[in-house]
Design a protein around this ligand. Structure first.
Ligand SMILES: Cc1cc2nc3c(=O)[nH]c(=O)nc-3n(C[C@H](O)[C@H](O)[C@H](O)COP(=O)(O)OP(=O)(O)OC[C@H]3O[C@@H](n4cnc5c(N)ncnc54)[C@H](O)[C@@H]3O)c2cc1C
Length: 546
């Protein structure tokens, strides 16, 4: 029998992040995946959020991810709105810097964000191999490809996973202390723990085609975009540049009365691209999908958890499904590590649902709202939008403004990245001040417990996140405050806690207290001008002691 601390089911982006984060925290992981090693994933996901890139930086591979082949380094990441991809008129454009200029550009709508790692546009085809290489290079992780988990049992001490080697047909038994299902939308683990999806099972269908079209780039305007949305009265969709040369993903947004099979795929692709019968392309894969908004009603049964698409599925507007799954994985990772290392109480694991379920609800509703509004706007587009007349020009100007205002939120979703906070967690020491409200686009950095630790750079330019310890870090902005009792209390409970002294004028205005305690996931766990009267009680709250 194979043994591990944690058995992860599914090596998609969420399962791989969880495995890498656990291993980074000293936990032994077994991960089973039905796909063969390096078997190509689906070509759907294209946006890695800033928060995810911060996680990849912590785990040591953000630079590799950013340098990885994908879009050429000078290919603009703009989002364009046009009447067709190759012809007609451009209605508006959301500027997003190319990979080369990502750290330095001030032009992009998201260039102002306080982060050491701005977002990155790369397709899942290029992203997953970077992560898989890290899995193989991490001695604490054992990867079982072509292996499918069929069932599992739980007892007082652990979980026994029953898997099958898909090549030999042999049974593989893996014993672990915990099991996490990162096994996607059809999750076997979700069903096994008795969790149910709640929400909207179907919003609309999208006929998606992965194509090779070497001629397309040459037919586009002089500023090809990463993503081009089309708006006309005939057929609307989106073309996403996958490699910036010849690979494209074309989404055809179906009308309510249309079904996948009834719509001529080739005709729709040509209408969206604005090309005639003489245009040649190769259909590489059909990637049709249904937009939903579903969240599981529970994420855990005793020692078994679900994370990522296994626990939530929603429309990809704002490109946040995987990113939210990765945020959940990083939340669960440190809690599991704390319990396995022995410094956290098992009750800490209840915080995973308490913290992440409300966020998934909020993100899914933001994404659905923009998606539904966007479809309604496009359904109402008059045919005159394509006319070379004053009326046509007026419609294009008005539509362009409406599209920009609605969509800039999803392509510069600062609130989704940095604004969310955990306001009902059993392991955060709240102090009565409410966290600042956020929108999809905007947020206010804050040290209210539950918020993301506000970002700043130290005087030598080091990002504060790089200076934090791997676990808890106490930031002290007034060296006269004696923090020994708190550090002693942490040590008494075996809770790893680092102390970082910061000159008070280094930090942004959000830092108003002398002490701010960062949790292992860089959310604020506690703050104050002086230590609490009972430091041990604070430590026990933070570590989820029973
Ligand atoms: C068109 C489209 C565009 C999108 N764009 C974005 C985007 O830009 N940004 C973003 O954040 N999100 C995006 N998403 C969502 C994103 O693709 C998913 O949220 C993400 O892939 C979920 O990752 P995951 O690891 O949870 O699941 P998956 O990627 O589905 O991985 C699950 C893995 O588990 C394996 N597995 C399943 N069952 C078993 C089993 N029993 N045993 C062993 N292995 C098993 C599967 O083979 C698979 O590899 C998009 C989605 C769509 C449809």
């Amino acid at each position: 029998m194979i043994g591990a601390d944690v058995l992860i089911v599914g090596a998609g982006p969420v399962g791989m992040t969880l495995a890498l984060d656990l291993a980074w925290r000293g936990i032994d992981v077994a991960i089973v995946e039905t796909r063969a090693a390096r078997e190509q994933p689906s070509v759907k996901c294209n946006h890695i959020s800033a928060r995810t890139m911060e996680t990849f930086r912590r785990l040591g591979f953000a630079d590799v991810m950013r340098d990885k082949q994908g879009l050429p380094h000078d290919y603009r990441n703009d989002v364009a709105f046009r009447t067709t991809v190759t012809g007609g008129w451009e209605l508006t454009r959301i500027p997003i810097p190319c990979r080369r200029d990502r750290y330095t550009s001030t032009e992009g709508v998201d260039s102002w964000w306080p982060t050491p790692e701005p977002p990155h546009r790369i397709n899942q085809l290029d992203m997953e191999p970077v992560m898989f290489d890290r899995l193989l290079g991490q001695p604490r992780i054992t990867v079982f490809n072509r292996t499918r988990l069929e069932s599992f049992d739980q007892d007082e001490a652990g979980v026994t996973g029953h898997a099958v080697d898909l090549d030999s047909g042999e049974q593989v038994t893996i014993r672990a202390t915990y099991l996490v299902g990162c096994d996607g939308g059809h999750s076997m683990v979700r069903k096994a723990i008795g969790a149910k999806f709640e929400g909207d099972a179907k919003l609309f269908d999208v006929q998606s085609s992965f194509i090779r079209a070497p001629e397309l780039l040459g037919l586009m305007c002089d500023r090809p975009a990463w993503m081009t949305h089309t708006a006309n009265s005939r057929r609307n969709g989106v073309a996403v540049a996958i490699d910036g040369r010849e690979l494209w993903l074309v989404h055809n947004s179906l009308r309510p009365n249309e079904s996948f099979d009834a719509i001529d795929r080739d005709e729709a692709i040509r209408a969206i691209l604005g090309v005639g019968e003489d245009f040649t392309y190769e259909l590489l894969a059909k990637e049709d999908w249904t937009a939903r908004r579903l969240i599981a009603d529970k994420f855990r049964d005793r020692r078994a958890f679900i994370v990522g698409d296994a626990a939530q599925l929603w429309v990809p507007t704002a490109g946040y499904g995987m990113n939210a799954g990765i945020a959940s994985a990083t939340d669960l990772a440190w809690m599991l590590a704390g319990v396995i290392h022995g410094w956290a109480g098992p009750a800490i694991l209840d915080a995973y649902f308490a913290e992440r379920h409300p966020i998934n609800e909020q993100v899914s509703r933001y994404a659905m709202g923009v998606a539904v509004q966007s479809r309604a706007d496009r359904a109402a587009i008059p045919k005159e939008i394509e006319d070379d007349t004053a009326e046509g020009a007026a419609i294009r100007a008005r539509t362009g403004t409406e599209f920009y205002d609605l969509n800039v939120k999803q392509f510069a979703c600062g609130g989704l990245n940095f604004g969310y906070f955990y306001d009902r967690s059993p392991i955060i020491a709240y102090d009565g001040e409410a966290a600042p409200a956020y929108t999809m686009q905007d947020f206010t950095p804050s040290t209210v417990p539950g918020c993301r630790l506000p970002y700043f750079a130290l005087p030598d330019g080091t990002p504060i996140y790089d200076a934090l310890g791997p676990d808890f870090t106490l930031l002290r902005f007034d060296s006269r405050v004696d923090v020994t009792p708190l550090l002693d209390a942490a040590a008494a409970r075996g809770v790893p806690m680092a102390l970082v002294d910061v000159m008070p004028d280094t930090a942004p205005g959000a830092y108003r207290q002398a002490l701010v305690l960062s949790r292992p996931d860089r959310h604020v766990g506690w703050r104050g001008d002086a230590l609490p009267a009972d430091p041990l009680a604070l430590i026990d709250l933070l570590r989820g002691a029973d």
